[in-house]
Ligand binder design. Structure first.
Ligand code: H2B
Length: 104
């Protein structure tokens, strides 16, 4: 499937420079070991739950899944490609998608 190959080809590790370039244009995101991480804030618990659900549905569509830690008014999202053992282009892309889902 063409669309699937497109996602798969992004499951290659990014260089340190490429990760730094991503972080330079992605406020809020940081490198946490072998993952990209950001903490989002929300007005209350249910707004945070709604965000987690939107991210989860997007993750299922792309067969690429983040770690998410839900707290009251707060969600910590962590993207890493387990198959590759680190941060890939797909992680950067999904992080950007999270930012769009956060703004609404
Ligand atoms: C079989 C399936 O495509 C793989 O297990 C996918 C599912 N979701 C995934 N999500 C993440 N974050 N990393 C992976 O390596 C990964 N692999």
């Amino acid at each position: 499937m063409a669309h699937r190959r497109r996602w798969m080809s992004k499951r290659e590790l990014l260089s340190g420079d490429a990760v730094a370039a991503f972080l330079g244009v992605s406020p809020g995101w940081a490198r946490a070991g072998e993952a990209l991480e950001r903490i989002y804030s929300f007005a209350d618990y249910s707004a945070a739950v709604g965000f987690v659900m939107r991210v989860a549905l997007a993750a299922e569509r792309r067969d690429h899944h983040p770690d998410m830690l839900l707290s009251w008014g707060k969600v910590r999202v962590s993207w890493s490609t387990h198959d590759a053992g680190g941060i890939t282009g797909l992680d950067a892309e999904m992080a950007t998608l999270c930012d769009r889902l956060h703004v609404g």
